[in-house]
Design a binder for this molecule. Structure first.
Ligand SMILES: [Zn+2]
Length: 230
């Protein structure tokens, strides 16, 4: 396979990753220690660009190029960041359509992961992005074989789900691009925070499955129609 230069594709993905990191750090979505990581699939290759395990400060020159079997092709993965490689690679291996993966410990989504409670879809924003309640992985140390195996099983068992709660750990979200995966992280966090707040006033009510399908159909229809302009 021909070598990948740090060409415009690389720069474009790196910019997308930097924008995602900035957005999450600024919004306080990464909880207290700014732990989080982002990857982008290199188009047409079994490879990804991967950040380290903390997103603030983020330095694009520290992005590593990693094969989906875990072999590092360029750059250096810090000892403590070894555990994140398979967390991302397993998603690309099981979902060929995925172009971006984000892992974060967003506070309210992580509350669901700590309670080991699958997250129903409560908000219309989330209904547009994922069709299944978010499943929870089996317990395993961070990035361990047990955790990765459980993620792989959930990816296969829940084809309509674009995010997984990692038990006692955090959130893993994915989409066609890094930007899409980032938007999903925000939508999941909003869904989680809203439902926890709603617990004080009678409890949130999940959106029926048929309405979720309709919301997604409506989104596809809007995309097909394109922008309104004059
Ligand atoms: Zn983590």
């Amino acid at each position: 396979m021909e070598a990948v230069a740090e060409d415009s594709t690389w720069r474009q993905l790196s910019d997308e990753i930097a924008a995602s990191a900035r957005k999450m750090v600024r919004s306080g979505l990464l909880w207290k220690n700014n732990h989080g990581n982002i990857s982008a699939r290199l188009p047409g290759r079994d490879e990804m660009l991967l950040t380290g395990s903390v997103l603030e400060p983020f330095d694009p020159s520290t992005l590593t190029r990693v094969r989906l079997d875990g072999e590092v092709l360029k750059g250096e993965i810090a000892p403590m960041a070894r555990e994140i490689v398979q967390l991302h690679a397993v998603v690309y291996r099981h979902r060929p359509e995925v172009g971006g993966v984000v892992h974060a410990h967003s506070p309210h989504a992580t509350a669901y992961a700590l309670a080991a409670t699958p997250m129903p879809v409560y908000t219309m924003a989330l209904a547009r992005l994922t069709s299944d309640p978010l499943p929870v992985s089996r317990f395993g140390p961070r990035g361990s074989e047990q955790e990765v195996e459980s993620i792989a099983e959930l990816l296969d068992a829940h084809p309509g789900s674009s995010a997984i709660l990692l038990r006692n750990h955090g959130l893993l979200a994915f989409g066609p691009t890094v930007d899409a995966a980032t938007r999903l992280v925000f939508a999941v966090e909003e869904n989680a925070e809203g439902s926890i707040l709603a617990g004080a006033v009678g409890g949130a009510k999940p959106i029926p499955e048929s309405a979720i399908r309709a919301a997604q159909e409506r989104k596809r229809e809007f995309e097909r129609l394109g922008p309104i302009s004059r």
